[in-house]
Ligand binder design. Structure first.
Ligand SMILES: C[S@@+](CC[C@H](N)C(=O)[O-])C[C@H]1O[C@@H](n2cnc3c(N)ncnc32)[C@H](O)[C@@H]1O
Length: 280
């Protein structure tokens, strides 16, 4: 049998490093997943063994970024969990603009946005389904820890799989028909209307740089975290919500076992978590 690339100690050191940097927990059962990714990074960095690679990792911020990018799971697609988008236009936004005046800002955050499908879906959904979209100054930000995914989000090229849930008419309206390598490009107007920026859910300072939001979509990432990093992320997101702002999680995720600070709101289309109007 061939020697494993990492000793048990190496595996633990690397897992702890990734956990501290990202909140994602890769236990010993993920040895194969970890070794495949770290082998690629060791080859790219020209490191002969794990000890040498770990020294590079400690000294070089760009290698840390490349390693993190290699470990993220970026699965996403347009109009994922569409019922939450219906809740956004049907319930959350009408509630949030009560007491505001046309022209006011409404800030929506896709965190994490992966390669951009979620943030662009929010933009398309609102253009199609929220009749007040032109009356308010809607700002959509997408952020992720994975800087390579963010580059793809900014470029805006997508394959058939990412677009498979999007109605054909919307594909025609919001994507350029000129295909490159069988990919469709989201139109320039939309690319310019969404801002993509790095932010780490377990690093309060990187989130604080984005300001306060009315609605945050934090979907399908907490499943990769353990209880401690889920709580850190929940507190960080709470701090980024304006009073009365809403947090949407993925359908397999629930705030109830993580934090009691949010009010659980059950709407017809989705369960959403709200920062109370008053309170710390
Ligand atoms: C499965 S995707 C989910 C994308 C989108 N929200 C959706 O539901 O389709 C998970 C994303 O979480 C990102 N991620 C993992 N840890 C993160 C962290 N600590 N901070 C920010 N993003 C993180 C990954 O880079 C990946 O792009």
């Amino acid at each position: 049998m061939s020697q494993p690339l990492l000793s048990d100690d190496d595996l633990q050191r690397l897992s702890e490093f990734l956990y501290r940097q990202t909140g994602m927990l890769f236990g010993p059962a993920k040895r194969y997943y970890i070794e495949r990714r770290v082998a690629d990074r060791m080859a790219a960095a020209g490191a002969g063994g794990f000890g040498a690679y770990f020294a590079v990792l400690r000294a070089d911020a760009r290698e840390r970024e490349a390693l993190i990018n290699a470990f993220t799971v970026n699965e996403t697609y347009f109009y994922r969990e569409e019922h939450q988008l219906a809740c956004l236009s049907g319930e959350l936004l009408p509630d949030l603009i009560r007491g505001r005046t046309p022209g006011d800002k409404v800030r929506i955050w896709s965190a994490p946005c992966s390669t951009g499908e979620e943030a662009y879906s929010i933009a398309i959904w609102l253009l199609e389904n929220w009749r007040m979209v032109d009356a308010y100054n809607v700002e959509i930000i997408g952020s992720d820890i994975d800087t390579r995914a963010l580059e793809d989000a900014r470029a805006g090229f997508y394959g058939e799989r990412a677009l498979s849930r999007l109605p054909e008419a919307l594909k025609g309206a919001y994507f350029e028909t000129a295909k490159r390598h069988h990919r469709w490009r989201i139109i320039e107007d939309l690319r310019e209307s969404v801002t993509f920026t790095p932010a780490n859910l377990v690093d309060a300072a990187s989130l604080a740089a984005q300001g306060l939001f009315d609605v945050i979509f934090c979907r399908n990432v907490l499943i990769y975290f353990d209880d401690a990093s889920r709580l850190t992320a929940a507190n960080n997101l709470y701090d980024r919500l304006a009073a009365g702002g809403y947090l949407c999680l993925g359908h397999t995720e629930s705030m109830n076992r993580i934090s009691e600070r949010f009010v659980t709101r059950r709407f017809a289309d989705a369960i959403v978590y709200q920062r109370p109007e008053q309170g710390p």
